[in-house]
Design a protein around this ligand. Sequence first.
Ligand SMILES: Cc1cc2nc3c(=O)[nH]c(=O)nc-3n(C[C@H](O)[C@H](O)[C@H](O)COP(=O)(O)OP(=O)(O)OC[C@H]3O[C@@H](n4cnc5c(N)ncnc54)[C@H](O)[C@@H]3O)c2cc1C
Length: 421
Amino acid sequence: MMKDVIVIGGGAGGLAAAIEIHQAGKDVLLIEREEFLGGILNQCIHNGFGLEVFKEEYTGPEYANQFIDVFLQEKIDYLLDTTVIGLKKEGHIFTVETSNESQGIEFYQTQTVVVSTGSYERTRGQISIPGDRPYGVITAGSAQRYLNTDGLLVGKKVFILGSGDIGLIMARRMKLEGAEVLGVAEIMPHSNGLNRNIVQCLNDFDIPLYLSHTVTEIIADDHQRLSKIKVSKVDESFRVIKGSEKVFEVDTLLLSIGLIPDVTILDDLGVEIDKRTKSVKVNQAYETNIEGLFVCGNALQVHDLVDNVTLESKRAGQAVVRYLNKDKVKENHTLSLNPGTNLAYITPQRLDMGLEQENISLSFRSRKKMEKAVCKIYQNSQLIFEKKLFFVLPAEMETIQLPFKTIQDQGDLKVELEVKS
Ligand SMILES: Cc1cc2nc3c(=O)[nH]c(=O)nc-3n(C[C@H](O)[C@H](O)[C@H](O)COP(=O)(O)OP(=O)(O)OC[C@H]3O[C@@H](n4cnc5c(N)ncnc54)[C@H](O)[C@@H]3O)c2cc1C
């Protein structure tokens, strides 16, 4: 079957992109491996979603439903319970290989693919915590899914490693379900979660946050269940400070140690990777170095707010439409966009000067907490644009609009964060 566009992933990103493309009159097929549309939002039953896009506060499923309703009304083609297991390109045509329990393996062809496959959680193996290998050590997102979609509480005496938003939300959730939550340890000197989650999930529930601390040993009981953890303080170079060790008797350790964009289905395509985002490099149209292959949502960069996923994926959908309509105004020539002082990363990583537009959305994270921050953009060592941001945190992704007309035709760009003097 040949489609104009295949969207892979039916979370907030895939839904927004598919709706945008369909409403422009293109033929779209969305493929989702779960039984439901909505992605990670389905397990996020707390509120705090939608303040930017809807000026209202929704729960995750309520937010997802705003888009699922439109998606279904528009009668966009979709497949559920169907996993994309392969993606190849020959000439101008992509072949998408899918697996479904009742249909088996099937192949779909298209000229354009949007990958919006979300992200996955880092696990214990990625940070090498010493000690035993008992059960009771689980990622915070998995524990959330067990609790919120299957009704299963994974433990009663809980400690959380990592102060990312999932860990903070789960600290409150486990406490509300009757578990004892003994604390949250964070190796950085600052939290990695949104400030509102520190207040509403930890402070309001008297759950201690141990900054500059990490788990240094995991200890099992005779039944191979987690029984104790050791937590120690670290110095500025993240070295464990001897004698600072505390022992906590727990049956569960939840790991909230970061998300990684899931672009594993692109492994065979030779897509250019950015080691900072651990995802693909894109231009301002969210197109990779493989023509016709677009990436958006958490698959491109980990977002803390779903509203930003929606806005980015709508822009990606509009860019796909322009691509299909062959709206490119000039010959292809690209400039690179690089993160400078105080920036952890920036997207897009390339600007295609053939794609004239009014503004370019740039997203980035700071390396450290900064007050009175100014974002400055340089080209050929000249300042071409600046914007005051006041307060930036590594936990909060920033997005600014760079007017296209400020960019010169030649010379790579560098984006920096400075403190306003
Ligand atoms: C615990 C938690 C709490 C959060 N809290 C908030 C909050 O309070 N407020 C807020 O605004 N935001 C919050 N967020 C952020 C926001 O919810 C997410 O950034 C957003 O929903 C991600 O959307 P996505 O479409 O990029 O990814 P996902 O929702 O992960 O969707 C990706 C989809 O792709 C599918 N998929 C993956 N691989 C394949 C494949 N090979 N074949 C077919 N389908 C595939 C997956 O099944 C999934 O449905 C939270 C996120 C988490 C995890």
